[in-house]
Design a protein around this ligand. Structure first.
Ligand code: COA
Length: 256
């Protein structure tokens, strides 16, 4: 285990487990690095046929670590591994499976748009509060989410940041099935192992034919440029300060 991410390979399935449960698996820069490395390894190691994402504790992930965001907004520099993680996610040729319980916030939801099979525990809540944080959606989600569930629903998820429950998510095509929480891991694991037994070349072609990887990658670049600008905005600094101080943000006095 390194940097709160456990990675293990068994029966052709590389399981990537976010393991920072006391912080709801909020993803730090180092965690993005470990997950980006796992996806890169899956592309080159022939023993890896499928990648399975899961999270320890009661939440899949609370999304990007807000203390990391706050540090960047105050000018912290250094390599940001999220860029590599998103690029590897978009370009992944292996099937990606996700097992999601509790909160899946921000990238915790947008990364699911890159997963090929998604299983939700009945207590799962998908939340994309980018606008509430004075940011913009990322991970190609401004392209993928409206394409998947229609503009009206996608806009409401982004702009209002209201949680979506598991049943609704499955009913509108955001995930494959709702599972009792204590059966979630077994269900996702069984699906991943079933994929691992399918002909890998055929699976890779099928995925490539179903996804516009070039278009997704281009949209990630467009989003990232604006996201970076938004991170440095006075509005975002107010949002991060409000989270740290456990109070509602007040955007009325800050310039956009
Ligand atoms: N970044 C950093 N720390 C986070 C975090 C995040 N994104 N999300 C939660 N945490 C921390 C909390 O600060 C708290 O730490 P503490 O115990 O040291 O005070 C701990 O994780 C537990 O979180 P808490 O808010 O008490 O749990 P909850 O069950 O009441 O609520 C969430 C869970 C996920 C709904 C809530 O934590 C939340 O909204 N987090 C922010 C999500 C977010 O905006 N992410 C960015 C998306 S772009």
């Amino acid at each position: 285990m390194g940097e709160f991410v456990d990675v293990s390979l068994e029966a052709g399935v590389l399981t990537v487990t976010m393991a920072r449960p006391d912080k709801k698996n909020a993803i730090t820069n180092a965690m993005y690095g470990a997950m980006a490395d796992a996806l890169a390894r899956a592309e080159t190691d022939p023993a890896i046929r499928v990648v399975l994402f899961q999270g320890n504790g009661d939440s899949f992930t609370a999304g990007n670590d807000l203390a990391d965001f706050a540090a960047v907004s105050k000018g912290a520099s250094g390599e940001r591994h999220v860029t590599r993680f998103l690029a590897n996610l978009a370009a992944a040729t292996r099937p990606l499976v996700a097992a999601v319980q509790g909160n899946a916030v921000g990238v915790g939801t947008t990364m699911l748009l890159h997963c090929d099979l998604v299983y939700l525990a009945s207590n799962a809540r998908l939340i994309t509060p980018f606008v509430n944080l004075a940011l913009v959606p990322e991970a190609g989600s401004t392209y993928l989410l409206p394409q998947r569930i229609g503009y009206a629903r996608a806009y409401a998820m982004f702009a209002l940041g209201e949680p979506m429950d598991a049943e609704t998510a499955v009913s509108i095509g955001l995930a494959n099935a709702v599972v009792p929480p204590d059966e979630l891991r077994a269900k996702a694991r069984a699906a991943a192992e079933a994929l691992a037994k399918r002909p890998s070349g055929s699976l890779q072609h099928t995925k490539a034919l179903m996804r516009d990887t070039a278009g997704i990658t281009a949209q990630i670049a467009r989003e990232s440029k604006i996201f970076q600008e938004r991170l440095m905005s006075a509005e975002a600094r107010e949002a991060f300060a409000a989270f740290a101080e456990r109070r509602p943000p007040d955007f009325s006095k800050v310039a956009g």
